[in-house]
Write a protein that binds this ligand. Structure first.
Ligand code: URA
Length: 234
């Protein structure tokens, strides 16, 4: 495959930026600075470095974003801003989509990918992939909520899966672990206890913590280790 196509398909560099990187000697293929952006490389075998870092060209892309407030977890809305607008053109072109939903006012770990099968698996309640949320409430959560959440809260016709709860001393803030994603689930669970959620942030997804270095709206690729961890979720 052409070197510039490889970089642009991977969402790393547009073709123009790849040409610039080649002319600056920033791309090294099998130990030799790349001579042309349109040179042919064997992506399965070539060792490619960009600015001194080894680049892996995987079939799929996995991105961690710190979702800001006010954005919809979708690829289009027509009215409100969507999380994919925060990605660069190369990744938009690749068709990345959010894996699951966070409410417009929820912040934190949003996984975006073009790997539909894995996204489906990560979201299925069958696979028990843990998502951890930090919340604050307008009033202390009543005593016994921990046990009720672990037993499975009823929301309408449905019973939620057990949810582990850890509360601060004042019982107005804490963390909750969900393995499913029902509509407004945490807000509705808290409402059943007579409390209103005043802030909600997802701080971890499938055992991968949100990178604290990502400011709201910022994103980065998952590391190789994080990707392997995500793909290994059963
Ligand atoms: N539960 C909610 O109520 N909202 C979210 O965004 C996520 C979980």
């Amino acid at each position: 495959m052409r070197l510039d196509k490889l970089f642009s398909d991977a969402g790393l560099l547009s073709r123009r930026d790849c040409a610039r990187a080649v002319s600056r000697g920033e791309i090294v293929v099998d130990g030799v600075p790349a001579s042309r952006a349109d040179m042919k490389v064997d992506e399965a075998k070539a060792e490619i470095f960009f600015r001194g870092e080894r680049v892996g060209f995987s079939k799929f892309v996995y991105v961690m974003m710190n979702k800001p407030e006010g954005y919809i977890s979708a690829t289009t809305d027509g009215r409100l801003p969507v999380v994919t607008e925060l990605l660069p053109e190369e990744l938009k072109r690749r068709g990345l989509f959010p894996c699951g939903r966070l409410d417009k006012d929820t912040t934190g770990f949003m996984l975006l990918t073009d790997d539909g099968q894995t996204a489906h698996r990560l979201l299925s309640p069958k696979h028990h992939v843990e998502k951890v949320y930090a919340f604050t409430l307008d009033a202390p959560l009543p005593e016994g909520a921990e046990a009720r959440f672990l037993a499975g809260v009823r929301l309408g016709d449905e019973i939620c899966k057990p949810a582990a709860l850890a509360l601060d001393d004042g019982r107005t803030a804490g963390e909750i672990v969900l393995t499913e994603g029902k509509y407004h689930q945490i807000k509705r669970m808290m409402q059943r206890e007579g409390c209103t959620v005043t802030s909600l942030a997802r701080i971890s997804f499938g055992g991968i913590p949100l990178d604290e270095g990502l400011s709201p709206g910022a994103w980065r690729y998952l590391t190789e280790e994080e990707t392997a961890h995500l793909l290994a979720q059963k």
